[in-house]
Design a protein around this ligand. Structure first.
Ligand code: NAD
Length: 249
């Protein structure tokens, strides 16, 4: 069992909610940060099952909101020791049809948001001489069509992971990334609608290209988060694990 303070962004839904629940089930005190108000219900669920959790509504691309959120968490639960940069979304389009606003908003959440969260939390980890940061990337970091903004943001996040792993290694802080494949969440519903398919049709089409023969669940991703954030996971840093049911395009 761990009893660390863990902050998960985008914890009101999907992978973030699953990760927050898994960290809480391990005994961690969890802060669920989301720009929507959905994190409150997830925090309530964790508390009802005996865990410790708080929800904070904040947009992680806003520096003042990030500072305020981390201050609130620190005052309530204590200094953040585990950070999971998970918040994200896609605004897909062929590059020539991509509005600048969609480029900027995807970069602002995935890259700027992860940078701001790291800057706000890692000083306390450095002081404690122990910390864990996990960035949620995607297999799209390798390549994907009609989503140059998302691919660039996730590839950037993996570069950020390696660079910050070097900067923070001397202080006992590890920084790693997880690249999920298809995981059924709200995001999948958006992708299905964009492809003109029902959710079930979309899942079946995706499933056919996955070696493991099934799509992923938030629990599959949370398993990898628990590996990277374990108390003694001290010697793995700057790495990316693709949790995608086997290599596929
Ligand atoms: N679902 C997949 O198939 C899949 C695959 C690969 C990677 N991912 C990545 O996993 C992460 C979680 O995605 P999901 O599928 O659980 O999506 P989701 O839509 O279910 O949840 C994402 C959450 O992030 C929150 N969020 C978005 N921008 C935010 C911001 N600026 N500030 C605060 N909160 C914000 C949303 O409100 C939402 O609650 C994302 O980074 C996504 O890119 C998902």
């Amino acid at each position: 069992m761990n009893s660390r303070v863990a902050l998960v962004t985008g914890a009101g839904s999907g992978i973030g909610a699953g990760t927050a629940k898994a960290l809480a089930a391990q005994g961690n005190r969890v802060a669920l940060v989301d720009r929507s108000d959905r994190a409150q219900a997830v925090a309530d669920e964790i508390r009802e099952s005996g865990g410790t959790a708080m929800a904070v509504q904040a947009d992680i691309s806003d520096p003042d909101a990030v500072t305020q959120a981390v201050e609130e968490v620190t005052a309530t639960l204590g200094p953040v020791e585990v950070l999971v940069n998970n918040a994200g979304f896609a605004r897909d389009n062929m590059v020539l049809d991509m509005p600048l606003a969609d480029w900027d908003s995807v970069m602002a959440t995935h890259l700027r948001g992860s940078f701001l969260m790291l800057k706000a939390t890692a000083p306390a980890m450095r002081e404690a001489g122990w910390g864990r940061v996990v960035n949620i990337s995607s297999i799209s970091a390798l390549v994907d069509g009609d989503r140059a903004n998302y691919v660039a943001a996730k590839a950037g996040l993996e570069g950020f992971t390696r660079a910050t792993a070097l900067d923070l290694a001397p202080f006992g802080i590890t920084v790693n990334a997880i690249g999920p494949g298809v995981v059924v969440t709200e995001m999948t519903k958006v992708s299905a609608a964009r492809a003109g398919r029902t959710l079930d049709e979309h899942i079946e089409v995706q499933r056919q290209s996955i070696p493991r023969g099934r799509v992923g669940t938030p629990h599959d991703i949370a398993r990898a988060v628990l590996f990277f954030t374990a108390e003694d996971a001290d010697y793995v840093t700057g790495q990316v694990i693709y949790v995608s049911g086997g290599p596929h395009g």
